[in-house]
Design a binder for this molecule. Structure first.
Ligand code: FAD
Length: 387
């Protein structure tokens, strides 16, 4: 097969293309990490890109006016793939985000490691624009009218309209807040986007923290490890008797708990938090005799479906799409954390990478049958404990 060799991140699909970089992959230092998901060099494998996957493939679809809502991993990468595969496409990317296309997976890991902090900012949104791709940043889509094929946009108090031929909803997900904690929303923080990160970093930079994390899933455990590395006092509250129970075996959960105990993370397992109090000594959780400067809730994610729901698109937990990634309304598609495929939502990068590849091929008229979501193992390292 003709084509060129590149190095592919087996976790998120990022391609290191030596022809566009100044350093051959092999010469990258061992400390180098994937700029998108932060895993090490050893997670990359060499792959060949077929010569046919380059610019200028004639498209069979009308791609003259595609609007993508959302500039996360799904929306931005999809826009770039459509541009690369369909020279006749014209895309407008509308996003609430103000300035940056950034790596969300690095949000949990970019406190301790200065290099990761830099890597987290992938590109200014304005730098992504080109002849085929317009970017409308700091702009919220407030209404979708599928009959008129029209979006209502709001930017800085100014309301405008935007028509589309094809619409792709890549509106992502919010942090899930368990109902029992919603009454205390003034007292806790979440870490779901760049603004949350900046706020937490700011607090962290001012003091050594006494930190309570509610949620012992992947993100909660990553955060516990990260703040422990910075010598902060960390307490981790988890509702079941073992950590990351959705991914880890009982044995591995026990091992991870052992690692945490050894490094001084205080575990509160089988603890369903009922109350957060503000006292003069700091925040208190239930009647635990400890006080905290910051309480962080890391209890999972919830797809952002409001826009789709209010316009009549069928949603369950996520926006329901068919085997062509199309929603219940023609010419409206959904990808990323917000999409529900065969009754499942997928909030991590490898499945989203597949969705992007498939949909951009499909739009380019290169579709190869319908989309089938593969399952991926979750790969994560917490405090050098490999999962
Ligand atoms: C802290 C954290 C750590 C993670 N770690 C990992 C990891 O290690 N490995 C992994 O594979 N995955 C990880 N994930 C999950 C991964 O980051 C997500 O699956 C992925 O980023 C989702 O991308 P997305 O584009 O679908 O959604 P998002 O990143 O949520 O992007 C949604 C976009 O839509 C925009 N938007 C939403 N509504 C509107 C509107 N009405 N108008 C305009 N714009 C709108 C938002 O501003 C945003 O730009 C992590 C997630 C978090 C939060």
């Amino acid at each position: 097969m003709s084509g060129k060799d590149v190095y592919k991140c087996t976790v998120c699909g990022y391609l290191y293309d030596e022809s566009k970089e100044s350093i051959p992959f092999i010469q990258l230092p061992q400390t180098w990490v994937c700029p998108i998901c932060g895993v090490s060099k050893s997670e990359f494998c060499q792959v060949k890109i077929p010569a046919s996957s380059k610019l200028g493939i004639p498209s069979k679809q009308n791609l003259k006016n595609i609007v993508i809502v959302g500039s996360g991993f799904a929306g931005t990468n999809l826009a770039m793939e459509i541009v690369a595969k369909s020279a006749d496409s014209q895309i407008t990317l509308v996003t609430k985000d103000k300035e940056w296309f950034y790596s969300r997976p690095l949000l949990t890991r970019a406190f301790y490691d200065g290099e990761l902090k830099k890597n987290m900012y992938i590109s200014r949104l304005s730098d992504l624009a080109n002849e085929q791709l317009k970017i409308r940043a700091a702009t919220q889509v407030t209404k979708l009218d599928p009959l008129l094929k029209n979006l209502t946009l709001e930017n800085n108090g100014q309301v405008t309209n935007l028509a589309y031929d094809k619409l792709i909803l890549a509106t992502g997900s919010d942090a899930f807040i368990p109902p029992s904690l919603r009454a205390f929303k003034e007292y806790f923080k979440t870490l779901n986007n760049l603004e949350n990160y900046a706020e937490l970093l700011d607090i962290k930079n001012q003091q050594k923290l006494r930190l309570a994390i509610i949620g012992g899933g992947l993100i909660g455990c990553e955060l516990a490890s990260e703040f422990n590395k910075m010598r902060d006092e960390v307490d981790l509250f988890h509702i079941t008797h073992r950590l990351i129970e959705n991914v880890l075996s009982e044995e591995k959960s026990q091992k991870l708990a052992g690692v945490f105990k050894q490094i001084g993370v205080n575990l509160h397992l089988d603890h369903s938090v009922k109350e957060i109090k503000k006292t003069k000594h700091g925040y208190q959780i239930d009647s635990v005799d400890r006080f905290f400067d910051v309480v962080l809730v890391a209890a999972g994610f919830i797809p952002r479906t409001e826009l789709a729901r209010q316009s009549g698109i069928i949603c369950n937990r996520g926006i329901v799409v068919n085997e062509y990634m199309e929603t219940s309304i023609k010419d409206i598609y959904a990808v990323g954390d917000v999409a529900e495929i065969q009754n499942k939502t997928y909030a991590f990068l490898p499945p989203i990478h597949d969705q992007i590849n498939w949909l951009s091929d499909f739009f380019a008229g290169k579709g190869n049958g319908s989309f089938v979501q593969k399952d991926y193992p979750v790969k994560v390292k917490i405090h050098d404990f490999e999962i």
